[in-house]
Ligand binder design. Sequence first.
Ligand SMILES: *Cc1c(COP(=O)(O)O)cnc(C)c1O
Length: 395
Amino acid sequence: MRLSKKVEKLPPYLFVEISRKIAERRARGEDVVSFGIGDPDIPTPPHIIERLCQAARDPVNHRYPESEGLPELRKAIAGWYERRFGVVLDPDKEVAPLIGSKEGIAHIAFCLIDPGDFALVPDPGYPVYSIGTTLAGGRIFYLSLNERNGFLPDFSRVPESVLQQAKVLWLNYPNNPTGAVADLPFFNRAVEFAKKYNLCVLHDGPYSDVAYDGYKPVSFLQAEGAREVGIEFHSLSKSYNMTGWRIGMAVGNAEVIGALKTMKSNLDSGIPQAIQLMAIQAFNGPQDCIKEHNDIYQRRRDLLVETLNKMGLQATLPKASLYVWAKVPEGYTSVEFANDLLDKCGVVVTPGIGYGRNGEGYVRLSLTIQDANLLKGLSRMAGWRDSKNILRYKK
Ligand SMILES: *Cc1c(COP(=O)(O)O)cnc(C)c1O
C-alpha cells in the first residue's frame, strides 16, 4: 500500500504535536500548565445547551440534515450580521453554514484554486490557509506580517509575476496568532487590490466578537464593494464557547458561496440539526455572555502581559483575539524558549515558528486557561529567569 504524495507531504498539524508533548509529560507525572491551544475553557452558555437537550429528544432532528443548513439557521446568521455589522445578506444565496469554520477554510481552496495557481497567505498565520491551498495543488506566496507593518500585509510587495497567477488573498483579523486588528480603511484597500488583480478575498474572522477595552472589530463585508470580491468566515466556536459542537459559516459573494455549497453537498451531509438549533439560539438569544466572557479574558490578558514583560519578553495588550503574541528574550529562538519554559516551569506556550517564518522570535499564549491554572502558570513563569536547574513540577 502507498499513501498519496499529498498526504505524505502533509506536516503533522501543529497542535497535534503540542498535545502529544503535553500528554507525554503528564504521563510521567509532571504537572503541566498549558497556554498552548486557543479553546475556550468556559462552558457553552446554559440557554444554548438547553436548546440542544430539547432538540436531541425530537426525532425530527435524528435524520440527515440538509447540507446547506436549515433555512432558519441561514436567516439567523443573516440577522446577526445585520444587527452586529449593519451588513444585509440574502440568507439563500449569500450564507453557507459550515461544520466549524476550519472545514470551510480547507474546502474553499477546491472551489478557487487550480494546480499552479497562487494563494496569498499571511505569515505568521493559521495553518489551514496554506494546507488547503497545497491540497488543492496551489502554490503559496507568503505575505509578511511583522511589528513594523502593524501585522498588516503590504500588498505592494507582492511581485507582478505572482499576481498574474494569483487567485486568492487570505486575511484574518482580529488576527491569530498576533492579536492584531484591522480597520475599515485597510479592508477598503484590500478590496481595491483584489479588484485590480482579480483576486478572491477570503477573510477569516472568528474573533470579531472577542475584543477588549470597548473595542468593536469590523467585518470585512463592511468595506465598500467587499461582496463583489470576497467572502468572510465566522464561527460560533470562540464567541459562544462552542468549539466542541463544530458549527460556523461563510458569508458574502453569492458565486463563491454557491461554489462552496456545491462542493460541500458532494462531500458532507451537513451539520447535525440539533447543533444548528443551538446556533440559532446563540444568535437570536441574549448576548450578555459575550461581554461576560470578554471581561474574563481581559482580566487574564492584563495579568499575563504584566508577567511576560517582567520576565523580559516584549508583549503589548491585544485589543482583540484570544492571544498574547510575545517577543522572546534575546538569545533564544521561539522553539528554544518554549522548551526552556517547559523544562524549567512546566509551562507550555506555542513557538511562533509553528505559524510561519515570520513567527520566529515570538511565542503565542492563549487566554483560554482557567484562572487557577493561569495564576499557577504566572507564578512559575515569574521565577523563570532565576531557575537555573531544571525543576519538575509533580502533580
Ligand atoms: C479557531 C480558529 C478557526 C476555526 O474555528 P472553528 O472551530 O473551526 O470554527 C478559524 N480560524 C482561526 C484563525 C481560528 O483561530
